[in-house]
Structure formats: C-alpha cells, structure tokens
Design a protein around this ligand. Structure first.
Ligand SMILES: Cc1cc2nc3c(=O)[nH]c(=O)nc-3n(C[C@H](O)[C@H](O)[C@H](O)COP(=O)(O)O)c2cc1C
Length: 204
C-alpha cells in the first residue's frame, strides 16, 4: 500500500475484533515508530505495550471510560522519555556531525549539553519531546492501515493516573494512548476543511 492510500483509508477506529494482533505485526508497528524523524535525532519515544485485560480496563477508567480502549487487543501507551535530553544530546549530535549533516560548530547551540539536568529543567523539553513522539505515533497509525489494523489517537485521559497504574518514572511523559486491533467497523471519512482553508497565505 502506498502512503497516499494509507492516508486516505486511515480512520479513527473505536470498535475492534477480539482477534489478537500477531507479534510480527506489533513489531512492524514499533519499527515504523523507530523510523520517525526527531529533533537532533533524539528519538525520545518509548512505548508501553499493554495486553493485560485488567490493566487495559484500569487505563480505560482513567480515560473517561472510552470503552474501545479495553476492547482493543493491544493498548500502546506512547511516552516521551525526557531522560534522552539529559543523557543523549552529545551522542546524537556527534553522530550527525560525523555524518556531515551538521558542522562541529553546531555544538555551540547547546552550551549546557553536559550540564546535569534536574527534573524541573527537563520539564522544559516536554513540548518538543511530545511533538517528536507524535510523529512516531502517526507512523504507527499509518503503518497499521497497511497491515489491515486499526488504531485511534487518544489524548482524552488522565495521564497522572495512568502513570501511577503503570508505575512509570517521572521522566516518562505520556503523550497519547493508541489502541491497536483489527477494525470491527468501517467509518466513513470524517469531514476536512479545504486546502484553501489551511493555506494562511502564500508569500511569493
Ligand atoms: C491528538 C489527537 C487526540 C485525539 N484524542 C481522541 C480521544 O481522546 N478520543 C477519541 O475517540 N478520539 C480522539 N482523537 C481522534 C479524532 O477525534 C479524529 O482523528 C478526528 O475526529 C478525525 O477522524 P479520523 O481520524 O477518523 O479521520 C484524537 C486525535 C488526535 C490527532
């Protein structure tokens, strides 16, 4: 399936068959996430793969009881690992410098690169980290279509409660939930505004 077809066919799926998702397919989804681009190639995405029914139900209860969350055979809890910004920046930047992507002067952009970062300093990275995680999650969503799977982005959730359920460390910030399974519905396309509406202006 080409990318355009996957984009056209993708829907938010809120009803799933009980058939399990084969492990090879799950690996394909995680591989799609792994290939996503990220700022300074930090790759901050981390996933908790929840298959346990009881845990899925607890997460659902902490997510305004959106019933499809526990119905899907797999629930991905998609997180940003803020620790990557404390630990990996020099390594990631060096890789890019070695590859000739950036010049060595690009280290000057990060004057605090080796400075230890406390939890509060790391919090400043949350918007950037979540943006990167979103790219990986959408890769998953489109790859799922090409495998005949359905997904749904879910952000209506109480992230703190879910962190407690999963006993996540503070440096893992939940960005979204993504149920994964074989669709048991075939929704019509949802409306979209026109291309004309999304081009704010053209600067010639
Ligand atoms: C960041 C984000 C958060 C969303 N959160 C939820 C959610 O919590 N629950 C839900 O049912 N759908 C959620 N959606 C799905 C949207 O409602 C859906 O993408 C939109 O209505 C368009 O429909 P489509 O995805 O089928 O094209 C979310 C989508 C995105 C991108």
């Amino acid at each position: 399936m080409d990318i355009k077809t996957a984009m056209i066919e993708r829907r938010s799926i809120r009803k799933y068959k009980s058939d399990p998702v084969p492990d090879e397919m799950l690996q394909e989804l995680l591989e799609a996430a792994r290939l996503a681009p990220s700022g300074t190639n930090h790759q901050p995405w981390r996933f908790i793969v929840v298959k346990n029914q009881n845990v899925k139900e607890q997460i659902q209860a902490a997510s305004f009881n959106q019933t499809f969350l526990s119905q899907a055979p797999i629930l991905l809890v998609c997180c940003a690992d803020l620790m990557t910004y404390a630990r990996d920046t020099r390594k990631r930047l060096q890789e890019l410098v070695d590859a000739g992507v950036f010049g060595p002067e690009s280290f000057d952009i990060y004057p605090d690169i080796d400075k230890p970062k406390d939890a509060n300093t790391l919090k400043a990275f949350i918007p950037h980290a979540m943006l990167n995680v979103a790219l990986a999650v959408e890769h998953i969503s489109l790859r799922a279509v090409s495998l005949g799977l359905g997904t749904c982005w879910v952000q209506l959730m109480k992230a703190k409660q879910i962190s407690q359920i999963l006993e996540l460390p503070e440096h893992l910030v939940i960005t979204a939930l993504m149920p994964v399974g074989f669709p048991d519905q075939n929704p019509v396309p949802r409306p979209r505004v026109s291309v004309q509406d999304i081009v704010y202006k053209v600067v010639d």
